[in-house]
Design a protein around this ligand. Structure first.
Ligand SMILES: [Zn+2]
Length: 244
């Protein structure tokens, strides 16, 4: 029996639900008009609704991709391009390398192999590579802004959240979404400043925004960038989720 999911923008997505003895939820394209979702044996319909709502951008992307592909059981391949530090770089395959390489003018090169799972392996390796790059670049940036603003969070770290770019709590400190590694520096700076300014102002009051604006002139442009390109920063998730 087909289930129907209604997205917030009114798209009607048909999917078939499979219960499988595994821990993860797996989204696949079944046919041009049906997605398949495998869930753990006792996963409730309410949890599924919550998951679909939280991952709506990914689900919609699969749905649109499905409609371009008449064949069944295809999966979303490796994207052709990937955001990294505000630049959309091409991804090419290279038979001469063993691990991911990034080069300023050429973009990403991934090892070429001929396993059936080659694309998936490349996507998973890119995912790991970007997370490491996020660790190496986003956290020092946040520390530098904390020094600059003379505001000290209780702790700093990265998050894998689906719904926010940063979060600031008095007790635990600031978490930045690792996917910000895809965004330009001035957008990352805005998110760092935004979260740090929540230390004196744990709200979105006029005083909060006034403080944010004293430290960056890019508030509106950064919000626009995230609104326009933010969903693209989750692009690799779609690939990795699909085979996990
Ligand atoms: Zn905020």
């Amino acid at each position: 029996m087909l289930e129907i999911y209604h997205t917030q923008d009114g798209t009607r997505i048909a999917f078939r639900l499979y219960r499988r003895a595994r821990k993860n939820l797996i989204l696949r394209i079944e046919t041009a008009h049906v997605l398949s979702i495998s869930v753990p044996p006792r996963f409730s319909m309410q949890s599924l609704q919550t998951w679909l709502r939280a991952n709506e951008a990914v689900v919609l992307r699969y749905w649109r991709k499905a409609q371009q592909m008449p064949s069944a059981q295809t999966w979303l391949g490796l994207p052709e391009k990937l955001w990294y530090q505000g630049v959309l770089y091409p991804i090419r395959r290279d038979g001469c390398i063993q691990s991911i390489q990034w080069c300023m003018h050429q973009g990403f090169a991934v090892p070429e192999n001929h396993h059936a799972d080659a694309d998936y392996q490349a996507a998973a390796a890119l995912h790991v590579w970007l997370k490491q790059a996020a660790q190496a670049s986003l956290l020092p940036r946040l520390h530098a802004w904390a020094d600059n603003l003379a505001l000290t969070p209780a702790g700093v770290g990265l998050s894998s959240a689906k719904t926010f770019w940063g979060v600031c709590r008095a007790r635990t400190g600031i978490r930045l979404n690792w996917r910000l590694i895809g965004a330009p520096d001035w957008v990352v700076d805005y998110v760092c400043i935004h979260e740090l300014c929540h230390l004196p102002h744990p709200n979105h009051s006029l005083a909060f925004w006034a403080l944010v604006r004293t430290h960056t002139p890019h508030v509106d442009a950064a919000k626009d960038w995230l609104k326009t390109h933010g969903p693209d920063l989750f692009q690799l998730d779609a690939v990795v989720i699909s085979k996990r």
